[in-house]
Design a protein around this ligand. Structure first.
Ligand code: NAD
Ligand code: TYD
Length: 350
């Protein structure tokens, strides 16, 4: 039985990756390691938490000693590393948390893998999940490829860039078998309602203002979270050691066009007159250092490993809106902090 450590598995993307691996690979033991920050939530995984090949470990990757002990105890064969502080606005307010979780946390995992795998790297893999934001900002044309030089601007993207460099350094220096992927913006079920899509769905539902940064002209390249999880599955199993793969679905939207689409879908779903939700749009002060445009060229992944996105954007947005409208309880639980009580009940008291 392969033992796979997935970090950050209680978060948005991590929970979809954990679900996919637990369901599709009963021959693997999946260990979900998560600190359960405000963004990590075991309510995301109630459907699989009792499966025999699923295990949860509450731990902080910044605690290097604890990470070593866990490797000693469980002897993981592979790591799929998603745990991170992930919100750009929070990184502007508090960079140090990002340095600790994203840089120090990643090095702690690299050190534990290097120590316990020793020189026997046969059938081992350290898969680091990263973002397209490390490449910086594009003008009106062009795409990020795997060869685009790093040029991060926010404390978040700088901390992710730093962790990518360290992962590559452990490959080049110690031959650690690594692979990295850099993905564009994700959307879909289970995203904490402070990032653009879930925040705006939530605000439209409760008739709150929609705070658009600057003029809403920034462009993001959106991918449905389950397509990201499918790409991670393919790269984990078929990616080449030492390589980087960009993940994206050629799906660029200016923020304002995306917000107008969301308003239109929400009007439809809530039975409101067309144009009602758009009235909530409120232009606010721009984000400091706001990157203008991200756009991913994922040709390498498509050509070499055969991955293609499964969903058209408008279909994905409708599925996402439906999910949030049908899961109000989830929304209330994650925003009220009730999930911490759930953790106590589920894991501490029994
Ligand atoms: P998220 O914020 O929803 O989840 C992060 C998870 O990591 C949470 O469960 C949190 O509890 C956990 N975590 C944070 N600090 C930790 C620590 N010190 N120790 C242990 N666990 C900790 O993030 P997400 O959007 O799911 O992103 C997951 C990964 O994918 C991140 O590495 C992010 O950089 C990357 N990524 C995200 C996007 C996106 O659009 N969301 C796009 C590309 C790449
Ligand atoms: P976000 O979801 O924070 O992702 P990222 O900054 O990592 O791309 O933001 C997506 C875009 O939406 C980004 O250009 C900032 C913008 N935005 C707003 O205009 N208003 C908001 O309230 C938020 C959270 C984001």
């Amino acid at each position: 039985m392969k033992k796979i450590l997935i970090t950050g598995g209680a978060g948005f993307i991590g929970s979809h990756v954990v679900r996919l691996f637990v369901n599709n690979y009963p021959q693997y033991e999946i260990y979900n390691l998560d600190k359960l920050t405000y963004a990590g939530n075991l309510f995301n995984l109630t459907d699989i938490e009792n499966k025999p090949n699923y295990h949860f470990i509450k731990a902080d990757i910044v605690d290097g000693e604890h990470i070593m002990q866990l490797f000693e105890q469980h002897r993981f064969d592979d790591v799929i590393h998603l745990a991170a502080e992930s919100h750009v606005d929070r990184s502007i307010a508090n960079p140090m948390e990002f340095i600790m979780a994203n840089i120090v946390g990643t090095v702690n995992l690299l050190n534990a893998a290097k120590f316990y795998w020793k020189d026997d790297f046969e059938n081992k893999r350290f898969y680091h999940i990263s973002t397209d934001e490390v490449y910086g900002s594009l003008g009106d044309t062009g795409f990020f490829t795997e060869d685009t030089p790093y040029d991060p601007h926010s404390p978040y993207s700088a901390s992710k860039a730093s962790s990518d460099h360290l992962v590559r350094a452990y490959h080049d220096t110690y031959n650690l078998p690594i692979v990295i992927s850099n993905c564009s913006n994700n959307y879909g079920p289970n995203q904490f309602p402070e990032k653009l899509v879930p925040l705006f769905i939530n605000n439209i539902r409760s008739n709150k203002p929609l705070p658009v940064y600057g003029k809403g002209e920034n462009v993001r390249d959106w991918l449905y979270v389950i397509d990201h999880a499918r790409a991670i599955d393919v790269i984990f199993h078929k990616g080449k050691d030492g390589e980087t793969y960009n993940i994206g679905g050629h799906n660029e939207w200016t923020n304002i066009d995306l917000i107008k689409l969301l308003c239109q879908v929400m009007d439809e779903k809530l039975g409101r007159e067309t144009g009602t939700s758009e009235k909530l749009i409120t232009y606010v002060k721009d984000r400091a250092g706001h990157d203008l445009r991200y756009a991913i060229d994922s040709a390498k992944l498509q050509r070499e490993l055969g991955w293609v996105p499964s969903l058209q954007f408008e279909e994905g947005i409708r599925l996402t809106v439906d999910w949030y409208l049908n899961n109000q309880e989830w929304l209330e639980e994650v925003t009220s902090g009730n999930y911490l009580k759930y953790y106590e009940e589920q894991y501490v008291k029994r």
